[in-house]
Write a new protein. Structure first.
Length: 62
């Protein structure tokens, strides 16, 4: 169901698993921590935050 909403890999960048990004968003929501405190296991915080904001603006979370 989430497949079409997930980002497509961009060349010349290290791949972060889609599951990792979603888990990062869930971790932020669960803990209420600032994005910059995201553990590195979930990928760069900027990528996780950008995905979250894009889905929030598009209504993907409603």
């Amino acid at each position: 169901m989430l497949g079409p909403l997930l980002p497509v890999a961009v060349l010349d960048r290290p791949s972060v698993g889609r599951r990792q990004l979603i888990d990062g968003i869930r971790w932020l929501g669960r803990t209420g921590a600032p994005c910059r405190d995201l553990p590195p296991v979930y990928g760069p915080w900027q990528t996780v935050y950008g995905l979250f904001r894009r889905w929030q603006r598009d209504g993907g979370w409603s």
